[in-house]
Design a protein around this ligand. Sequence first.
Ligand code: 2AM
Length: 193
Amino acid sequence: MTGAGSGGDRPARLRLFVAVTVPEGIRATVDEAVAPLRAEAPELRWTAAEGWHLTVWFLGGVEPDRVQDVEAGVARVAATGHPFTLRLSGTAGTFSSVLWAGIEPAPMLEELARGLATWFGDEMERPFHAHLTLARTDGARRPLKELAERYEGPTAPWTVRHLALMRSRLAVGGSRYEVCNEWPLGLPSSMPG
Ligand code: 2AM
């Protein structure tokens, strides 16, 4: 009776998603902007700066023997894109239980999300809304909106050159995210030197 989760002897599924990672320099400046809010609301579940990313497509639980197919799909979609500039909006917003940092409109990111939706055979249920999750709350909720209004983050741009397949693992203190693999945007032969 040692099977992980409810799958008995079946290998555990991997919780996977496709994302754009955030460069260290940008993460450091967001981290500085978030620090006073964290100090003010320590009861929220704040995400760790090293794992910050923008989810482009959420896959959920994937059987280990399907990972190769998933990788092939992400690689194909990445090849249809091209490097692009992304910048955070410097402002924050909220979903019901999530505080997030926003981005400026990014047509290439939306195109990649549509490409992944088509490849993986799902309609996009709601408009794609890229965001960088800063904190989550379990309910007894300090008004997240108040915190969002006080956030003043960086707007420095960066160039996105890759689409990453990432894995989420449950850990003490919140999920840990790691890059499993990544693929260049655009066919390597058409990449600018
Ligand atoms: P969140 O930060 O808004 O929770 C790993 O869990 C990543 O996938 C997170 O960025 C998370 O978004 C996103 N994610 C988790 N469940 C999701 C779902 N059902 N639909 C879309 N994205 C999801």
